[in-house]
Design a binder for this molecule. Structure first.
Ligand code: XMP
Length: 515
């Protein structure tokens, strides 16, 4: 299933909702031609909403030929209007802007799109223009106060459109309308299940790697653990996992990762590389966030290359051609993988790779969202502690120290972070909170008083967030008692930190990490 992205923030959401209906979906930019779209051989297409008016200069349009290819199409909001426009309907400024919860009334006409949906439903609208006349051959299925044609269908041609946003939760029967289109309109089978994903990926990995060797960058997080377990299942002994201790991990993390390793990867071979000194040496004096990310990314690769040389030497010269990474779909999109998307940060496993990389990448999770990765992990039999581990970024504490990264600062942050995490766990909130970075403002100092003395210490920031997929996030409303306990313990127990502050910014406009 393809989602054509007309520049709305909703395209990702549509793709997710389609996958929740167990149908594989991908996003393509609206700049793709009909030929390019059809070359992907889609079983169905959804045209997303978008910010333009179909009459605006340079507004993205859709060719009428897309609707003649026999592929079922659902147009949503802008996509609905672009579809009407392309097929000879009329889109007009009614002067009646609709925004937010809007009652929508079904007409007498019947369509599979509305199976199981009541005659009146509340839908989420966001539009100025409206379709005032459906194209020839189309039946009007619904109306609203501001949209004389709020939904239409050409059942024979399998073409459908709705003015509202079925992908947002505020649309009462949104998911029902989407699944009606997918299962009944387009006749798709809900077979995108964790079991099938595993089967498909294992076959793909076997085909890609053949009889060669691969190494896996194991970070201890759920993504790399699931990637490793998938590759382990596909090629067994040909895989060696490499865990780089870059000195930017949290307290006891390396020891715990080694311990959990056997269970988390189905018994793959593990090589631990201690590289703290070289990472810290390279990071000395560096304060720019992007520079830090690039350095850490490059050092990762260099360390793997050394591990590769050792593995080759130990396996009598047999080459290691592949590097397994747990790159996810949001990483790909946020690193500029989708056309027209801004490069927000260089995620070390995508944009931060040096140009002269000598491995071919194996990225079995590249098309998956986080919740899908967790489902695949469970399917592979990984323990809950791994599958539900909160995310931790590859560059580790290196991007949670604002300012230069030094050994002393890392120790300070590790202590504070361990307290915050322990208290969150004790409060039973690990699953509710997506993650809670603790950030050290290493170049900021403030005056405090402790005992009878003046202190001049650093602040740490607590950044608890709730999220579904890290693409957007809200700050978590942690209980005051918990915040107070964390603050008291950190300021009392960590020498050098005399203030704890709370980040109450959502994403956007903030990102989850500070760098
Ligand atoms: P941001 O800060 O972009 O983070 O809102 C979104 C999610 O990604 C994690 N993150 C990373 N993960 N390598 C990773 O593997 C990275 O370079 C990286 N940077 C951010 C972050 O912890 C959050 O879960």
């Amino acid at each position: 299933m393809l989602v054509v992205d007309y520049g709305a923030q909703y395209a990702q959401l549509i793709a997710r909702r389609v996958r929740e209906a167990h149908i594989y979906s991908e996003i393509v930019p609206h700049t793709a031609s009909t030929e390019q779209i059809l070359a992907k051989n889609p079983a169905a297409i959804i045209l997303s909403g978008g910010p333009s008016s179909v009459y605006a200069d340079g507004a993205p349009s859709v060719g009428a030929d897309l609707f003649q290819a026999g592929v079922p199409v659902l147009g949503i909001c802008y996509g609905f209007q672009a579809m009407a426009n392309a097929l000879g309907g009329t889109v007009a400024k009614t002067g009646l802007r609709e925004y937010g919860h809007t009652p929508v009334n079904a007409t007498e006409a019947t369509s599979c799109l509305f199976d199981g949906v009541p005659a009146e439903q509340v839908a989420w609208m966001s539009h100025g223009d409206s379709v005032s006349e459906a194209p020839a051959g189309f039946t009007v299925l619904a109306t609203s106060a501001g949209a004389p044609v709020a939904a239409f269908a050409n059942e024979d041609a399998k073409l459908y459109g709705v003015q509202w946003h079925p992908e947002v939760n505020h649309s009462e029967f949104g998911q029902k309308v989407l699944t009606n289109f997918l299962y009944e309109g387009a006749g798709l089978k809900p077979d995108w299940t964790p079991g099938n994903i595993v089967e498909e990926q294992v076959a793909r990995i076997r085909e890609q790697v053949g009889s060669k060797r691969a190494i896996c960058a194991l970070s201890g997080g759920v993504d790399s653990a699931v990637a490793a377990a998938l590759v382990q299942r596909a090629i067994g002994e040909q895989l060696t996992c490499v865990y780089v201790d870059h000195g930017l991990m949290r307290q006891n993390e390396s020891v715990e990762i080694e311990k959990a390793f056997g269970a988390s990867t189905g018994g793959a071979k593990l090589m631990v590389v201690h590289a703290e000194d070289i990472f810290l040496e390279k990071l000395a004096g560096v304060t720019d966030p992007e520079a830090k990310r690039k350095i850490i990314g490059e050092q990762f690769i260099r360390t793997f290359e050394r591990a590769q040389a050792e593995i080759i030497a130990a396996s009598e010269g047999e080459d290691v051609a592949f590097l397994v990474q747990g790159t996810l779909y949001p990483d790909v999109v946020e690193s500029g993988g989708g056309e027209g998307t801004a490069n927000i940060k260089s995620h070390h496993n995508v944009g931060g790779l040096p140009d002269d990389i000598e491995f071919e990448l194996v990225e079995p999770l590249r098309a998956l969202f986080k919740d899908e990765v967790r489902a695949v992990g469970t399917e592979l039999g990984l323990p809950d502690e791994i599958v539900h581990r909160q995310p931790f970024p590859g560059p580790g504490l290196g991007i949670r120290i604002i300012g230069e990264v030094t050994r002393e600062r890392l120790d300070l942050l590790r202590e504070a972070d361990a307290i915050a995490r322990a208290e969150l766990t004790a409060a039973g909130l690990d699953r509710e909170v997506w993650q809670m970075p603790v950030v050290l403002l290493a170049d900021v100092r403030s005056v405090g008083v402790q005992g009878d003395g003046r202190t001049y210490g650093h602040p740490v920031v607590l950044r608890p967030v709730s999220s579904e997929d890290a693409m957007t996030a809200d700050w978590s409303r942690l209980p005051y008692d918990l915040l107070s306990k964390i603050s008291n313990r950190i300021t009392n127990e960590v020498d050098g930190i005399n203030r704890v502050v709370l980040d109450v910014t959502s994403k956007p406009p903030g990102t989850i990490e500070w760098e």
